[in-house]
Ligand binder design. Structure first.
Ligand code: PGA
Length: 227
C-alpha cells in the first residue's frame, strides 16, 4: 500500500528537521516546496504539493514541473481541494498541470472528491473527465479520492462508501480511457482508523494530511500497513 504525506503548510524549519531526523520509511512525502532539498536522498520519495501549468518563464511564485524534476522530485499532487477552493483552480487548469507534469516525467497524484451536498458521482465524473482530457499515460497517474467534508474534520466515510466510490472512479476511467488506475483514500486518516480503512478491497493506499507531520503516528501507520 502506498503512503503519501501531504505536509501542506504546517511545518517550520525546526519541525522539518525533527521529522527528517526521526523518520526514514518507504513512503512519499510532499513538503512545502521551500523545504524540498532537505527531504531528498532518503528512503522516502519526494513530491511537491502543486506545479505550475506553465513551462519556465515570467510566473512569480510558481514552480514548474521541469524545476521540480531537475531537483530530484518524483511526484506532484494536483487538484487538491484546498487549491480548488482557495485558489479557484479549475479542472481545465488542473488538466494543463497534469500534462506538464507527465511531460516532465513526474508522477501525478490527482485529487478528486465531493463536498457534502454535491451529487457525488456527477462531480467526480466531471473532475476526472475534464482533468484527464488528452492524457494517455495512466501508468504515472494515481487518483486520490478525498471527500472534502472529511479533510481535517476527523470524519471518514464508511469502508463501504469508500469502496463504492473507488469502484465508480475506476469504472469511469475504464469506460472513458480504457485504462486502469490506482486509487488512494485521503481525509482524516490516522493511527486509529488505519486498521479499519486498510480493509477496503480496491484501495491502493492513503494520502495523509495533518497526521503526516507527526513522525510517531506516521511510523505507526506504516507499521500497521505492513502487518
Ligand atoms: P487530512 O488531510 O489528513 O489532514 O484530513 C488530507 C488531505 O487534505 O490530503
Amino acid at each position: 500500500m502506498l503512503v503519501i504525506g501531504n505536509l501542506k503548510m504546517y511545518m517550520t524549519y525546526e519541525e522539518v528537521k525533527t521529522l527528517i531526523d526521526n523518520f526514514d520509511e518507504d513512503v512519499i512525502l510532499c513538503p512545502s516546496a521551500i523545504f524540498v532539498p532537505y527531504f531528498l536522498n532518503h528512503k522516502y520519495k519526494v513530491g511537491v504539493q502543486d506545479i505550475s501549468m506553465y513551462d519556465l518563464g515570467s510566473h512569480t511564485g510558481e514552480i514548474s514541473a521541469k524545476q521540480a524534476k531537475d531537483l530530484g522530485v518524483s511526484y506532484t499532487i494536483v487538484g487538491h481541494s484546498e487549491r480548488r477552493k482557495y485558489n479557484n483552480e479549475t479542472n481545465e487548469e488542473i488538466n494543463k498541470k497534469i500534462i506538464k507534469g507527465l511531460e516532465n516525467n513526474l508522477k501525478i497524484i490527482l485529487c478528486v472528491g465531493e463536498n457534502k451536498d454535491d451529487d457525488k458521482e456527477k462531480v467526480i465524473e466531471r473532475q476526472l473527465l475534464e482533468a484527464l482530457k488528452d492524457v494517455s499515460n495512466f501508468k504515472d497517474l494515481i487518483i486520490a479520492y478525498e471527500p472534502v467534508w472529511c479533510i481535517g474534520t476527523g470524519i471518514t466515510p464508511t469502508n463501504e462508501q469508500i469502496e463504492t466510490t473507488i469502484s465508480f472512479i475506476q469504472t469511469t476511467i475504464e469506460k472513458n480511457f480504457g485504462k486502469s488506475v490506482k486509487v488512494l483514500y485521503g481525509g482524516s486518516v490516522d493511527k486509529d482508523n488505519i486498521n479499519t480503512l486498510k480493509k477496503i478491497n480496491n484501495l491502493s493506499g492513503f494520502l495523509i494530511g495533518k497526521v503526516s507531520t507527526d513522525y510517531r503516528q506516521l511510523k505507526e501507520i506504516v507499521a500497521s500497513l505492513r502487518d
